[in-house]
Design a protein around this ligand. Structure first.
Ligand code: ADP
Length: 163
């Protein structure tokens, strides 16, 4: 059984994330979405809210792809989380070169800690590549339309949060 772990903050889950999840499903039998507690990033949504949004999107993706997808909150080291959930591979999305440097370091350090877990990088479809949760939140706060970046359900949650 091939298990993948796709970690992130998902504050909130965007169409960029769901594109990567859909692609990841083709590579594994079970995909665990690691939702980082990440208080350092000052998330807009609570962990419970982020997990609930991930679960709602994943239910749709699971039905579409036939792959089991589970949301799993985590606070420990990524490499320990991978062991906890029995993942042999970590899936990360790559956007621009700005993502590369950070990811390069992460792979190096994770590999030094546990060389049995492989990291796989996926790229979203061109129209989703520029999407970042941080920018989606800024656009929503400034009354912009985020329909092209998140699902209608997530958009509703964003608007409710902003008031
Ligand atoms: P963000 O950087 O948008 O706050 P996360 O920290 O939740 O998102 O990112 C989780 C993973 O998803 C990371 O590997 C990140 O590079 C990837 N990712 C996020 N948005 C996209 C996108 N639009 N295209 C490809 N990968 C993405």
């Amino acid at each position: 059984m091939r298990v993948g772990l796709y970690p992130g903050t998902f504050d909130p889950i965007t169409l960029g994330h769901t594109d990567i999840i859909r692609r990841g499903c083709a590579l594994v039998d079970r995909l665990v979405i690691g939702v980082a507690i990440n208080t350092g990033k000052g998330p807009m949504f609570s962990l419970e809210e982020r997990v609930a949004m991930v679960e709602a999107e994943c239910a749709k993706l699971s039905a579409e792809t036939g792959t089991e997808i589970i949301a799993h909150p985590f606070e420990n080291l990524l490499i320990h989380c991978a062991k906890d959930v029995g993942a042999q591979i970590i899936i990360r999305g790559l956007r621009a070169v700005t993502d590369f440097e950070y990811e390069y370091q992460m792979v190096g350090m994770n590999r030094a800690m546990d060389s049995s877990v492989e990291t796989v990088f996926l790229m979203a479809e061109a129209k989703y590549q520029a999407i970042a949760s941080k920018l989606v939140k800024e656009i929503a706060k400034l009354d912009g339309d985020v329909s092209k970046f998140v699902t209608p359900e997530v958009k509703e949650k964003l608007l409710a949060k902003i008031g």
